[in-house]
Every structure is written in structure tokens, then in C-alpha cells.
Write a protein that binds this ligand. Sequence first.
Ligand SMILES: Cc1cc2nc3c(=O)[nH]c(=O)nc-3n(C[C@H](O)[C@H](O)[C@H](O)COP(=O)(O)OP(=O)(O)OC[C@H]3O[C@@H](n4cnc5c(N)ncnc54)[C@H](O)[C@@H]3O)c2cc1C
Length: 482
Amino acid sequence: MASRAVGKTLLVAKFTAFVFAFIGKITGQALLALLSAPFSKNAARALSDIPESEIRNIVVVGASFAGYQAAKLIATSLPSGSPFRVIVIEPHSHFHFTWVLPRCCVVSHEDKAFIPYGGLLKGIPSQRLRWVQDRVASLSGDTVLLKDAGIEIPYEFLVIATGSGATDGLPSRVGSNDRATGVELLKKFQARIAQSEKIVVVGGGAAGVELATDAKEKYPAKSVTLVHSRDAVMHRFGPELQQEAKKGLEALGVELLLGERATKSESDEHSLILSSGRKIEYDLLINCAGQKPSSDILLNLAPASIATSGKVSVKPTLQIDDDSLPNVYVCGDVSDTGIKNPNARFAYTQAAVAASNVVLAAKGKAPTNKYKPFWGDGVIKLTLGITKSVSYLSDGNAELLFRGKEKHEELMSAQAWAQMGVKPYNDPNPDGPAVKCTPEQVAALAVGSSSGASGSSPAGASAAKQASSSEESTRGIVATEK
Ligand SMILES: Cc1cc2nc3c(=O)[nH]c(=O)nc-3n(C[C@H](O)[C@H](O)[C@H](O)COP(=O)(O)OP(=O)(O)OC[C@H]3O[C@@H](n4cnc5c(N)ncnc54)[C@H](O)[C@@H]3O)c2cc1C
């Protein structure tokens, strides 16, 4: 008991230090933004003087928390006169704000989950950053193949930030690229919950707990059951959060079935058979389990780098753990950095490390910045119904819980829009990013196109390898070594 109290006191002290360090970091970032603003304009002018055939590509695959941030940092940190430009490839028309998806499956704030792209790119000229709305189908050692356009784009450096996907889409991921369909899918989900009487949620991670408690608070008369295969919900976190989540579920009247694996009944399409043999009926079944890292694009190029978890093995520099590919970086949820519960803060920090190393390597220097997971980035907020939440922090030994009241049904959507550089909730381009390339501009990026960049010439690839083995060490503008 005494050692538990000491652990908590130490954690409070570490947390206080973390808050001060965080304020320092934000101030530092604001200063860097000020310093880099005029610098970006210089870089843009210099790039326009370089013949198109000499421009080289840094391709970023995926533009969610990790990729969007990495693209911005690289584009604003490349030195004046650098021949490199960033090409972002992302199939979604909008940034999907995953944090509010379970909430938007129950209550009507669906439009707020789709944040317009472009806000973080203000001031970056299109020459320095190109945006392609497409999906990467596969990779070679120096090109990416686009699924829809069917063309190959050459790269000198590659940043893979493809995150993870959910087999059943909502409530964890939106199963569509365009905003209009995404909004429709969320509205349909809300209607299905409103029309159902017996709701069964499978999976007691954050999405399952949040959705089950929201549904029960909004519709107290409905039966809501949460089935989880482990002995506790939120089992990847510490026992205090597990207990708090259990209490929150029970206080609202959600029936909790723990230690049960569920399979669909073959004879009755509205029943589940549990591992204990019990049969439960439903008129709405919601699967919140089954998230999977999106690493398939590496199946041909570097299959051995895909771990059994589906994540991609990386070096501390966030280069892929394959010595033949020193110019390929991986960050965010898809990277295997040993983090038990990945989240957006980890993804952001990894993006900064990968970006700083790409900028170093593009300058012909060694990518020396190393990523070390920081326990303070693991802080999470879990909602327990529409009005209650708990914030949780652990350093792996002690745990801290902060109970809170939620004033806004849409949670932190407005802050997220503002942080993405756009005014909440003003979307001037509901059909897709204003920054995106036209089909003709995309075609011009292809290997062998007359106006396309030279991309990864043999000389370029060897420059990347040389930079990777160089002993020279320097910190790039966005370096965040910890
Ligand atoms: C329901 C839910 C709630 C969450 N709540 C929180 C929270 O409260 N706080 C928190 O910090 N974290 C939260 N998280 C976790 C957080 O969302 C993830 O850690 C974060 O999204 C990881 O970011 P990422 O950029 O690595 O990948 P992702 O967000 O998974 O994005 C990957 C991007 O890559 C794109 N992509 C994938 N494949 C390709 C391809 N082949 N070609 C081109 N593009 C591709 C996708 O379209 C997507 O935009 C939550 C997650 C979920 C599912």
C-alpha cells in the first residue's frame, strides 16, 4: 500500500515535470514556425529555378496524424535550394478524426469527424508539396504504384504512414474515401442504433467501451451488452483504468460479459454463441474488435520487415529494418516501436523524428535522430457515456486517473479542427482537398513523363545510402531527439 502511494507521488511529480516540458515544447514549436515562415518562401523561390527534370521526390504514403505532420515538417524544413519536393498520397478526401467516431455513431455530429485537409500546409507552395488523392497499391525500391491512376511515381525517399484499418469499418474507421459517403455511413449507424432494441457490442477496448456507454446513456431503455474475450475491459491498460471502465459501464446498466469469445450462430442470424455455450440474441451487432496494421504495400518489397503483429519493424531512426532500403522510413501506428497502446501523440512524435531524418539525408547527412517512446505520450481520455470521462496516465508502474465531465457532445472536435489549421466547422471544399493535383498533374508525376521528376536515379539512390552510412551528425530544423 505504502509503495503504491510512493509510486503515485512519483508519477504526479513526473507528470508535473511533463506538463512544464510540454509547455516548453509548444513554445519552442511556435518559435520554430515563426522562424521557418520566411525560410519556406526562400525555399519555394529556389525550387522554381530548378529544372523540373532535376526535381527529386520525397513520397509520403498516408496523411493522418503521422503522415500529414511528417509531410508538413519536411516541406517546411528543406533548405533553400534543395531539389527535393514532397508528394503526399492519401485516398481520403478529408482527415478522419478517429477519436470521435464511436461518439458520432450514436449522436449526430458526423460532419465534425471530417476535417478539411490543407490547413497545415498554408504557406507551402505547390511546387514544394504535391497532394495526390489516390491509394498506393504496391512499392518497388524506387517507385510507388498508384491504385486508381495506375501510374508509378519515382521516389528518392519514402515515408510510410499507413496506420491501421478495421475489418468492419465503423465504429473504428470510416469505410469510405469521400466525405459525403462517410457522413452517410455515420448517419445510417445512428439510425440503426435508434431503431434497435437489443444491441450487442463485441470488443472491450476503447471503441467498444465508448460506443456501449454512449448508446446506453442516450437510450437507457434499450438493452446494451458488451462482450469481451478477456477478463477485464481495457485489458491493455492498467488495473485502475480497467476497474474505472467497468464501473462506468455498470453504472449506466450495460451488461458486461467477460472472458467470452463470440461466434455468429449458423442457424439463427440474430444470435451469437459464446465460448461458455451461452446464446445471446441481438437485433444489432457491432464489432469493435479486429484493427490491423496497414502494411500490405510492403508485401513485395520487404516482406521480412512485416512482424507477426502486421506492424513494420523499424530501426531507432525509424528507417525500415532492412539494410537494403535506407531511404524508406516508417512512422505512426504501422511502425513497430514497441508501444503497447499506440495513439496520435506517439504518431506525431514519430513523424517528427522520421521527418528530421529525411531532411538530414536529403542534405546528404546521416539520419541520426532516434525515436524513444516517452511514457507521457501514452495519456488517454476514455469517455464513459455522453457526459463523463476519465483521463489516464501510467508510467508502467503507477497509475493516475482524472475523472471529468464532458460539456460538449462533439468532444474535442473544435480543438482538433483548429489544430489542423482550419476554422471549426467551416469546410469550403466538401468534395476534397483544394490542394490536390488534377489528373493531368498526377500523370505528369509518373516515371518517364516528360515533365516528371528524375526521382530515384541510381545516383540518387546511392546518395541516400551514402548519407545513411555517413558519420556526419547534425540536427535538422524539425529534429526532436529525446
Ligand atoms: C475509435 C478510435 C479512437 C481513438 N481515440 C484516440 C484518442 O482519443 N487519443 C489518441 O491519441 N489516439 C486515439 N486513437 C488512436 C489514433 O487514432 C491513432 O493512433 C492514429 O490515428 C494513428 O495515426 P497514423 O497516422 O499512424 O495512422 P492512421 O490514423 O491509421 O492513418 C493512416 C492513413 O494512411 C492512409 N493509408 C492507408 N493505406 C494507404 C495506402 N495504401 N496508400 C495511401 N494511403 C494509405 C489512410 O487513408 C489513413 O489516412 C483512436 C483510434 C480509434 C480507432
